[in-house]
Ligand binder design. Structure first.
Ligand SMILES: Nc1ncnc2c1ncn2[C@@H]1O[C@H](COP(=O)(O)OP(=O)(O)OP(=O)(O)O)[C@@H](O)[C@H]1O
Ligand SMILES: [Mg+2]
Length: 615
């Protein structure tokens, strides 16, 4: 290049050229989630599975997805990834573009909840495959016309256009897509692995059946847990408050409406004719003006009016929540927990985009009792496995005061305990922090809704944990009582002459009939019985002391206490019908007891052994 500054600009102009988006991502594959071999493998599987589930849901088909990863020639860094679905398939004219052109897709321009949104997912994976192994991706597409269309696709990165290396048409029934791609990658197990990803997919997509075959041939089946698809998401038009000024200008240029008033009615949600007329009046522009002829200054005036006006919130049928019942079912199947709760909140809006938050929690069961809680983050039903600290979900969880709900929590960090928290953010547009779709940006409205939902499930957890604590106390009291019960039984027998078996039965009956059905009553009864036991102990001690001092005096006291205790037992225990004050009954039972007595473990009466299990 010339050293002369006067020629520099013209020299430079020779270097200026267009950069294709494919070339850009070829150099910047890390932006799409392909920065290391482990993550690259996960991203390839994720993009294909996302698409399969989207396609099935849109076509109202209960998804069956098959994923297989095989080492190529036994290699540990070169794999074949197979993903197959039972979706509607892709028409043959579009297969080359879907897989061989970046930024091509059906979801970018519409406002409706779906897993994919950018039109770069699967073609990014094809690009990564060809970059690392030089091989095309093989695609089989069946659309239900008795044929399977088979393509070997690569991307011409300079032009961002598909290159078809082979094409075949064969006879085949059914519908769906099968993708086979060879990549350089690494297969691992663990938190950020394909296996954990599919497990999490199954958690938030309980209507899907997923089969996964690992490189060692191990087959795992994530069973479908519900037989119904979630409510269908409907496409909506943009909300007036969800459009930036530049987009508004473009919409004015692109609209097919002939008048300004019709432009508002046709292109936006929640704007009726009256509202559109009001906008035009307030901006002092005729409602009959042709939208394409509106000047920039006029557009700015209209824009200002729109920003200040109040509109109904956008329609929310563009969202497809999983639902609290389905989430609870999923969590139960996954963690075998002692407690689950889920909340699906009503929709809200950020930047004019409807969204809603769902949270499910599972406590106990197979969950690790030590360490921080396990977090599952989902955006439009798909798990986010990377960038946890950067995600609004993690920040919202750390921001909630979990101590109020019975968990321990070091200040400013995640709570601790055997708890899994699954947070699902559903929206027509997920504000990812990068193209790699790994974390959700912290818009204040989103943060607030997530926190409110977490607090709602937190309250449910707190109710459960408090009840559990009370129950534990109750069991402790019973077990303390049971520990002393042989002595209590022996002492009552000694003092009242009622046989041990009867006393033991009376106490057991008392606990069983009153205690098991009603916690409060049990507590009260146990307290009474414990108190009674303490009284008996006092009596024994008293009697023994008096015996030492004077045999005669102790006898009078003893008789009096016997009467008291008998009264007490009668009143408290509500004894079985055959327990009476009748001497002959007592004698006859004593006789029975003597016969049985030798078989019994004297220190632990048999009816009480059952209760010991409580401890
Ligand atoms: N298995 C499939 N069955 C039916 N259609 C599919 C399938 N896979 C992809 N498609 C179609 O191909 C398009 C492009 O897919 P791609 O993954 O590149 O982008 P996307 O899903 O729209 O958005 P994102 O980049 O966020 O994933 C999709 O929009 C969809 O219309
Ligand atoms: Mg996709």
């Amino acid at each position: 290049m010339s050293a002369d500054p006067n020629n520099y600009a013209s020299d430079m102009s020779r270097l200026q050229m267009e950069i294709s988006v494919a070339e850009f991502f070829e150099k910047n594959r890390h932006l799409l989630g392909f920065e290391n071999p482990t993550k690259a493998m996960l991203t390839c599987v994720r993009e294909a599975v996302d698409n399969s589930l989207d396609a099935c849901e849109e076509a109202k088909i209960l998804p069956e997805v098959y994923v297989e990863i095989k080492g190529v020639n036994g290699s540990e860094d070169h794999y074949l990834i197979v993903v197959e679905d039972n979706g509607p398939g892709i028409v043959k004219s579009e297969v080359p573009y879907v897989f061989g052109k970046l930024l091509f897709g059906s979801k970018f321009h519409r406002l409706k909840q779906s897993r994919g949104q950018q039109g770069i997912g699967i073609s990014g994976a094809v690009l990564y495959a060809q970059l690392t192994t030089g091989k095309p991706t093989r695609v089989y597409s069946r659309v239900g016309d008795g044929k399977v269309y088979v393509f070997d696709v690569m991307i011409d990165t300079q032009k961002n256009e598909p290159r078809i290396l082979n094409y075949m048409e064969l006879d085949s029934e059914g519908h769906g897509v099968r993708i086979e791609m060879e990549i350089k990658g690494r297969y691992v197990r663990g938190r950020q692995s394909v296996l954990e990803y599919l497990r999490a997919v199954s958690l938030m997509n309980p209507f899907a059946q997923i089969v996964f075959v690992e490189p060692n041939g191990n087959e795992l089946v994530f069973e479908r847990k519900i037989e119904e698809l979630p409510p269908e998401a409907k496409e909506i038009k943009p909300h007036p408050h969800g459009i930036e000024f530049g987009m508004f200008l473009r919409m004015l240029k692109d609209t097919k409406a002939k008048t300004l008033v019709n432009f508002f009615v046709n292109e936006f949600s929640r704007v009726g004719k009256d509202t559109a007329m009001e906008i035009c009046a307030l901006a002092e522009i005729s409602p009959d003006r042709t939208p394409q002829r509106i000047t920039r200054e006029e557009a700015e005036r209209i824009w200002d009016v729109v920003q200040k006006m109040k509109f109904y919130a956008p329609p929310t049928n563009c969202l497809s929540p999983v639902g609290s019942e389905a989430i609870e079912k999923s969590l139960k199947a996954e963690f075998n927990p002692e407690f689950v709760a889920a909340v699906s909140r009503k929709p809200s809006v950020y930047r004019g985009n409807p969204f809603l938050v769902e949270v499910g929690i599972a406590y106990g069961g197979d969950l690790d009792p030590e360490g921080p809680v396990t977090i599952y983050r989902f955006a439009n039903k798909m798990p986010l496995l990377y960038q946890q600290p950067a995600c609004v979900i993690t920040r919202a969880i750390a921001d909630v005061d979990w101590k109020r709900y019975g968990l321990s929590q070091p200040s400013g960090s995640l709570p601790y305990g055997p708890l899994a928290i699954a947070v699902h953010f559903a929206s027509v547009w997920v504000p990812y922090t990068s193209e790699g779709k790994e974390a959700i940006a912290a818009y204040p409205e989103i943060m607030k809704e997530i926190k409110l939902t977490l607090q709602e499930v937190g309250r449910k957890l707190s109710t459960y944990l408090s009840a559990k604590k009370r129950e534990k106390m109750r069991q402790r009291r019973i077990s303390i009582f049971m520990r002393y019960s042989p002595e209590v039984v022996a002492a009552i027998h000694k003092l009242t002459c009622v046989d041990e078996k009867t006393v033991e039965e009376a106490i057991t009956n008392l606990l069983r009939t009153k205690g098991l059905h009603n916690k409060e009553e049990t507590e009260a009864v146990v307290e009474d019985v414990v108190q009674e036991a303490e009284e008996v102990e006092d009596i024994i001690e008293g009697v023994e002391d008096k015996d030492v001092d004077s045999g005669q005096e102790s006898k009078g006291l003893k008789e009096k206490r016997i009467e008291d205790i008998n009264e007490g037992v009668k009143f408290q225990s509500n004894p079985p019908a055959d327990v009476t004050e009748n001497d002959s009954t007592i004698e006859s039972r004593e006789g029975k007891n003597e016969n049985k007595g030798n078989d019994e473990d004297a220190s632990t009466p048999s009816t009480l052994k059952k209760w010991m299990v409580i401890e």
